[in-house]
Design a protein. Structure first.
Length: 73
């Protein structure tokens, strides 16, 4: 898992796959820059529902800022 591009892993806590996302904590140990964020109370696919799920707006902002900081250059 070393030598990979920087990663942002967004984990909704009420997702059956949340534990899989949390394995991203191993990326920095391998030398890959990674940021893991958890969104309490959010469910799977919450990013597609910004009008219904309050956590979606902040997560989308976080993703946009991450992409800007890593793609500008």
């Amino acid at each position: 898992m070393s030598g990979l591009a920087p990663a942002l892993v967004v984990v909704p806590t009420l997702d059956p796959l949340a534990d899989h996302g949390r394995t991203a904590q191993r990326l920095p140990e391998a030398g890959t820059p990674a940021q893991l964020t958890e969104h309490p109370g959010a469910t799977h696919a919450f990013l597609s529902m910004p009008g219904l799920v309050p956590q979606a707006k902040s997560a989308r902002t976080e993703i946009t800022e991450f992409l800007r900081s890593h793609l500008d250059g």
